[in-house]
Write a protein that binds this ligand. Structure first.
Ligand SMILES: NC(=O)c1ccc[n+]([C@@H]2O[C@H](COP(=O)([O-])OP(=O)(O)OC[C@H]3O[C@@H](n4cnc5c(N)ncnc54)[C@H](OP(=O)(O)O)[C@@H]3O)[C@@H](O)[C@H]2O)c1
Length: 285
């Protein structure tokens, strides 16, 4: 029976990954900062990437579905022996590199440092690492973009976008990401590689939001306003403390295409993500 060590197993990608490992007969040791009940084949350790007791001495694979920079530091210092390491990063490594927002540039820098760290540690130990970079994640009602939009739209009965929100997006379902990590684990061609993992459909930002609103009950109205009016409304909402997280750089990106090539992932491990067909249950209702 193969044994996996999983960080972030309680997260939106981690949960379906644990299911896949279980269904395939793996034994799993998972780490969480909060207590969880063990299940057949699944043992939880309570701790974090700075300190956790009881780690196995050796496993067949380590999966990281949590913060990459923390994981890279843990991996560099750890004594757990594993020939295979698969870690999630983000396409933000490219998207936010040239951002006007210093905090976003810092995110991209941390992702770069994390990826480099994982590859260097793996090389030093004779292990094989693969980095997986999702685009915009949805599906478990826990993401910070579409679920957040759905929550605000339910509250307000409407959602406002600037008329130029036509930048292309590729929302990717959490189950497809878990499937990717699981499939890549056994493929030699993925050793030492980083893969973009976009969703199976490319569509304009406003269409993506419209599809989310259309499945909510009752469906909130999508209101598109001229860009200066949107900016003024956003400033007002921020001043009233009614909205956070939609920074100027994120708003400016609504008109930019964020499109990634899934071909390397398809070629190497059969990556075949689903089309964007949301349901209300994917956004926490
Ligand atoms: N490009 C994108 O849009 C995008 C979107 C989402 C995710 N991602 C990437 O995909 C990966 C998984 O994301 P996710 O959305 O599934 O994450 P998530 O749902 O937020 O879960 C994060 C997991 O990491 C663990 N974690 C968080 N902080 C930790 C810490 N300081 N020490 C130890 N564990 C910690 C949490 O475990 P406990 O709370 O149980 O301790 C949790 O299970 C991340 O690397 C993320 O960067 C990229």
């Amino acid at each position: 029976m193969r044994h996996a060590l999983v960080f972030g197993g309680s997260g939106q990608i981690g949960v379906p990954l644990l299911d896949r490992l279980h269904d395939a007969g793996w034994r799993v040791t998972a780490v969480s900062r909060t207590p969880h009940h063990d299940q057949p084949g699944l043992h939880w350790l309570q701790g974090d990437l700075d300190h956790v007791d009881g780690l196995p001495r050796a496993v067949d694979a380590i999966f990281s579905c949590g913060p990459l920079d923390h994981f890279a530091r843990w991996y560099a210092a750890s004594k757990v022996d594993a020939v295979r390491v698969l870690a999630f990063g983000s396409t933000s490594i490219e998207v936010k590199r040239g951002s006007a927002d210093p905090e976003e540039r810092e995110v991209a820098q941390r992702l770069r440092t994390g990826e480099r760290g994982v590859f260097e540690t793996a090389a030093a130990r004779g292990a094989n690492a693969t980095l997986l970079r999702p685009t915009l994640v949805y599906g478990a009602g826990r993401d910070r973009t579409l679920t957040r939009i759905a929550t605000l739209a339910r509250e307000w009965g409407r959602f406002v976008l600037p008329r130029n929100a036509h930048g292309l997006r590729q929302p990717v379902h959490v189950d497809d990401l878990a499937a990717a990590a699981f499939a890549a684990c056994d493929v030699v061609a993925t050793h030492g590689q980083a893969y973009a993992l976009p969703g199976g459909e490319t569509l304009p930002y406003r269409d993506m939001v419209a599809r989310v609103l259309a499945v909510l009950e009752p469906p909130p109205q999508l209101i598109e306003v001229p860009s200066p009016l949107f900016t003024a409304a956003l400033l007002g909402a921020r001043a009233l403390g009614r909205i956070g997280g939609f920074g100027d750089a994120a708003v400016a990106r609504m008109r930019s295409d964020l499109v990634f090539d899934m071909e390397p992932a398809r070629r190497d491990f059969g990556y075949a993500p689903r089309q964007f067909r949301p349901t209300a249950a994917m956004f926490g209702s």
